[in-house]
Design a protein around this ligand. Structure first.
Ligand code: NAD
Length: 391
């Protein structure tokens, strides 16, 4: 059993999800023979740091993130702090020769994702980035259907992420709403949509985009409050300085067309991270809100009769990748944190040098960064722009 020392920086939502994932990997991916050991967590709020140490079983905590990277027992540094801190921490990790996992989008701005990738291009340690939605068993199955030609030639991709976390106009102002900490939905959730599009469709070459901010002021939050909290209209109101909405037409390298949409303020959708893929022989639809269901239409199925014309509903089961790591039964689905466990297992697999097809590392974040930069350019020029930095 290979033991790996883990340090986590930023113990908010993702810090907890990642710590939980390291604790789960040993049992859910026992064949990897890896035992992640939680050494130290860091959090600027001392109470939160102390609580995280107890909850997840870290040996120690610190309010200074450098203590995590400097700790000789730490092999892997996991960065779940706000986006504006990513690059500085990554640079320090490289100096100290650590494996690095960093949450998406990797830095506050697309140029920082590209810079982070360039810094590790020839680095002898491994990296990981948090594009977890790829790892849903039915997304993996969708990828197989695309790769084995079941859908035929790919014509159109519709991808979107409509999140509700900022749909209440009294939702707290947090680092997510400040331009100096990065873009809004462009960094936060369009990054996920672009990664999914790149993964399933094979790269974007041109884009045209538009963005807007619909809720222009939000109540200031008490120290440490997350963006899920709700304030009052009597609170001090702060200006939102980044984007609530972004929509983009895209052209893929393959010639396929696409439409990518994101919003954090719309009423109705909760975590509608979804896609539709249309090909010459069939189509698929998947939505994270029902992540254990895939809708599949194959023209072939109606060749003798149209009596059963329509989409087939497929439920996650052990024949789909990773499902059996969590449970042996048909239709007993996985949840969000399981995707983090899979992402973490794949990262550790890479550190252990084990062959595997699906990893998400800094090169994926760099590819996303180039597409996001082209979207920003298009918003200014009001025309289609080419994606630079293609391989
Ligand atoms: N992959 C996904 O599905 C997903 C989902 C949510 C967030 N994220 C990403 O995860 C990262 C964190 O997001 P979150 O939602 O967990 O945010 P969060 O605000 O809940 O957590 C960030 C934590 O970092 C702490 N922090 C701030 N400055 C610090 C410092 N100097 N040292 C140590 N800790 C510090 C904050 O106090 C907070 O507890 C972001 O990069 C975000 O884009 C990814």
């Amino acid at each position: 059993m290979k033991e790996l020392g883990i340090g986590v920086i930023g113990m908010g939502w993702m810090g907890e999800a990642h710590s939980n994932a390291y604790n789960n990997v040993r049992a859910k991916f026992s064949h990897l023979n890896v035992s992640p050991k939680l050494i130290i967590c860091s959090e600027i709020l001392e109470e939160r740091a102390k609580e995280a140490k107890e909850k997840f079983g870290f040996l120690e905590y610190s309010c200074s993130w450098k203590d995590v990277v400097d700790n000789p027992q730490v092999d892997v540094v996991d960065i779940t702090a706000p986006n504006s801190m990513h690059l500085e921490i990554i640079k320090y990790c490289i100096k100290k020769n650590k494996h690095i996992s960093c949450e998406k989008p990797l830095g506050a701005f697309p140029d920082q994702s590209i810079e982070a990738y360039n810094l590790v291009k020839n680095y002898d340690k491994q990296t990981s980035v948090g594009y977890n939605y790829r790892y849903a068993p039915l997304v993996q199955y969708a990828k197989e259907l695309i790769e084995d030609g079941s859908l035929g030639d790919l014509w159109y991709f519709k991808g979107r992420f409509f999140a509700s976390y900022a749909s209440d106009e009294l939702g707290f102002y947090s680092w997510r709403f400040e331009k100096e900490n990065g873009y809004g939905v462009l960094s936060d959730i369009m990054s996920h949509v672009v990664d999914m599009a790149n993964y399933l469709m094979g790269g974007i070459k041109e884009v045209s985009a538009d963005m807007d901010t619909f809720i222009k002021k939000r109540p200031s939050a008490p120290k440490g409050a997350s963006h899920f909290g709700i304030g009052s209209k009597d609170d001090k109101m702060l200006d939102v300085t980044n984007d609530d909405f972004l929509s983009s037409l895209v052209k893929f390298d393959s010639g396929a067309k696409g439409h990518l949409d994101t919003s954090r303020v719309f009423q109705g959708p909760s975590c509608d991270m979804s896609f539709e893929v249309y090909g010459s022989k069939g189509s698929i639809k998947w939505d994270f809100e029902e992540m254990n269901t895939l809708h599949l239409y194959l023209k072939e199925d109606t060749k003798d009769s149209k009596a059963t014309l329509g989409y087939k509903k497929i439920y996650s089961n052990p024949s789909h990748p990773y499902h059996a790591n969590f449970n042996p039964a048909d239709g007993t689905g996985l949840g969000y944190e399981d995707l983090k466990t899979i992402e973490t297992a794949n990262f550790l697999r890479k550190i252990l040098n084990k062959e595997h097809k699906h990893f998400t590392d800094f090169s994926d974040a760099k590819n996303v960064g180039h597409v996001l930069n082209a979207m920003l350019k298009s918003i200014k020029s009001k025309s289609f722009e080419k994606v630079e930095g293609k391989k």
